[in-house]
Design a protein around this ligand. Sequence first.
Ligand SMILES: Nc1ncnc2c1ncn2[C@@H]1O[C@H](COP(=O)(O)OP(=O)(O)OP(=O)(O)O)[C@@H](O)[C@H]1O
Ligand SMILES: [Mg+2]
Length: 482
Amino acid sequence: MAESKKHLLLVEDEAPLREALAERLSEHGFEVEQADTGEHAIEQLAEFAFDIVITDLRLPGLDGTRVLEAALLRYPDIVGIIVTGYGTVKDAVDAIRRGAIDFVTKPFQFDELLHALNSALEQRRLKSENAYLRSQLQERYKFEGIVGRSPAMRAMFQLLETVSASASTILVTGETGTGKEIVARAIHHNSPRRAQRFVALNCGAIPETLLEAELFGHVRGAFTGAIGNRQGRMEQAHKGTLFLDEVGTMSAGLQMKLVRVLQEREFERIGDAHTTKIDVRVIAATNSDLQKMVADGQFREDLYYRLNVIPIALPPLRDRREDIPLLVQHFLKKFSGPESGAFVNPREPGHRVDSPKASESRTLTVSQQAMRCLMAYSWPGNVRQLENAIERAVALSGGRSQIEIADLTPELQQASNEASAPDLQLPDEGIDFEGYVNRIEHQLIRRALEKTGGNKGQASRLLNLKRTTLVEKLKRLEPRTG
Ligand SMILES: Nc1ncnc2c1ncn2[C@@H]1O[C@H](COP(=O)(O)OP(=O)(O)OP(=O)(O)O)[C@@H](O)[C@H]1O
Ligand SMILES: [Mg+2]
């Protein structure tokens, strides 16, 4: 397969210079996007996984080093080149320290820039082969197996550090798959209680009638079938941590009993006249909106406040896309490591395919195209869904060293089409702008109509247009038929 075009972001405030450079770079096969300020550049970086960023050092507002920092934070493998004016070489050297691969001093010949660019790309290729650097980079963004580099996650690591030391009750909220359980475990493992048990109870997975006995235990004869005394999860967690998952599903009666435990640190086993004193740290989790449930009278307000002493809200993955590359690396390592079974031959269960590298983990990377899809997708199932997607992709990648777009589900493959602009060509002889734009409009409308079997209402929704706008456009584009 031919190597795909490299996507380059060119940041320069002088319009004539920027446009001239963009043109020459496009001629040399780069897909160029332009930004006139640092702020715009950062916005564009947030939306698209560029391969290269070339930025002027001196910009009005945010300067080039800021652009570079933002780029590297999102994409540690991005090629960064700084363009500096005369006499600012020191600043350029500084930029290199911060992660730029090279710099070019103004005024420069285009070939000089091209040379710097090509050698930087080569450097990056070598760097991406360096698994050691990769793993080093990862260590800085980890807390007990939780990875993330987004501001939200880094703030959370700090919070975890602090709250682990205390015995306060914690309420972890977040959509499904955002990492609520892994966070609860991390807190326990960092707490003074780490030598004691972490006991998890999923309140949503146990029928209501059994939940109480599961939580509080019972004494002999408490109910039919209670043949002996039995400890509940609460007691098992004594001096340790009790993790109450899906706490929003608890019945009203049980909610009341839980309030008492949190308040008085005591309870009775079912059928027991004797009160049991308990020392547990409670961490509760939920993906429902407890505040709303309180307002609707479905969840006790006093319980809500007792649980919500320290709230930890995990943002959905689509709101912290900069964590995606790091999570991808994390899961690649997990699923392609020596113990992962990545070399297991499906026809011979339990036998590894003979490979010279079978004893070490293979270094798998993700193609830029595939990464673009992973970055663009909305991830309704959050990190769990990403984990599953990577496991699947690793399995499908066979012995290849790179995950390709074809190893992703069709849904994911679709994501990048929706997010990126079409690949437009501008020939040297120029184009008829109006006609060109009309043709694109026409094509999109035709596609939408084909997809919806000619239904203009549905087609307009697909295109996010008003129906009347679509009809007008059709009339203009197809005067005879529309
Ligand atoms: N930041 C992270 N770093 C590494 N792995 C993560 C991270 N967040 C989640 N995971 C992994 O994703 C999977 C789902 O996480 P977890 O079970 O903690 O989610 P959850 O919020 O409890 O989901 P649910 O509401 O569906 O129970 C787990 O395999 C977990 O290890
Ligand atoms: Mg969970």
